[in-house]
Design a protein around this ligand. Structure first.
Ligand SMILES: [Zn+2]
Length: 287
């Protein structure tokens, strides 16, 4: 799933290419993707893209008083084309969900691989009309996100685990499963550490890790074409999705905990004092 750094990079990529261009065609191919159409799809034609922004994992295109907001979800992606086909897109088995064509013939496709369709598109008068966007927590890279704000978040979270709190969009926006693994590894903290019990030095290290991991990822993706973001993202991970590989810091084999729909990775030496975290799926299999 694209998280804050990838969506930020997509927003910067689109800003350079779309702003000041008018929409020639907007084609909805996978109808269930359109969640809210406070603004009719046909109304996009002729509107000029004025701004492209990111909020959390949402990509928001501002077009003269209305917004095209999208959440790429688990397997969604954005594919840019300098030259779009002249023929209208047709519903088919291919993963194309939505196409936006600009006045110079360029544009982008929103695609979604796999069977679990959760890519979401909203046409709204205000991004805050999108339910899950309105409830997002603070942006971790905003100047307003201070160590004191993180302190308050950790105290409020109390006994909740760091991993769950970091990826809860209502608490901190934009961090998902991948970057929460990376942040916790960089901070040398256990995914299951209780938020409220972290001491001041661990809190300072966590704050720095959030800033440096996300900023480094954005810098690393800077200037890449949209199509290159996904493979590049994976190459940058130190522990996430690297089960069985050596920890880049200490060489210990990276371990994982599996859940029904995801898994987390960590280094037992760097993060959990040598302790292997119980993997419920694995222990169920062993019973
Ligand atoms: Zn390690």
């Amino acid at each position: 799933m694209p998280e804050l750094p990838e969506v930020e990079s997509l927003a910067r990529f689109l800003e350079k290419r779309c702003v000041a261009h008018a929409v020639a065609r907007a084609e909805l191919v996978a109808f269930p993707c359109l969640k809210t159409a406070g603004v009719p799809l046909a109304a996009l034609g002729g509107l000029v893209v004025e701004t492209v922004r990111r909020r959390g994992k949402f990509l928001c295109l501002g077009l003269g008083g209305c917004w095209l907001v999208t959440h790429l979800a688990h397997a969604g992606w954005l594919v840019w084309r300098d030259e779009m086909p002249a023929q209208p897109a047709r519903p088919s088995r291919n993963p194309l969900a939505f196409r936006l064509v600009l006045d110079d013939g360029s544009g982008f496709d929103l695609t979604e691989a796999g069977t679990r369709k959760s890519l979401a598109i909203y046409l709204v008068g205000d991004p805050l009309d999108v339910p899950n966007l309105a409830t997002l927590g603070p942006e971790p890279l905003d100047a307003a996100f201070t160590p004191a704000q993180l302190d308050a978040i950790l105290d409020r979270a109390g006994g909740a685990h760091l991993k769950g709190v970091l990826r809860d969009q209502r608490i901190i926006a934009g961090v998902g499963n991948a970057y929460s693994d990376e942040i916790l590894w960089a901070a040398r903290l256990s995914p299951y550490a209780a938020c409220g019990r972290l001491d001041a030095s661990h809190r300072a290290v966590l704050y720095d890790a959030i800033q440096t991991v996300l900023t480094a990822a954005i810098d690393d993706l800077a200037g890449l074409d949209a199509r290159d973001l996904k493979p590049h993202k994976k190459a940058g991970f130190r522990v996430h999705a690297r089960t069985g590989e050596p920890c880049p810091a200490c060489g210990t084999t990276i371990a994982e905990v599996s859940f029904a729909e995801s898994s987390l990775q960590y280094c037992p030496t760097c993060q959990t004092g040598g302790k292997t975290l119980a993997d419920r799926r694995l222990s169920r299999l062993l019973k």
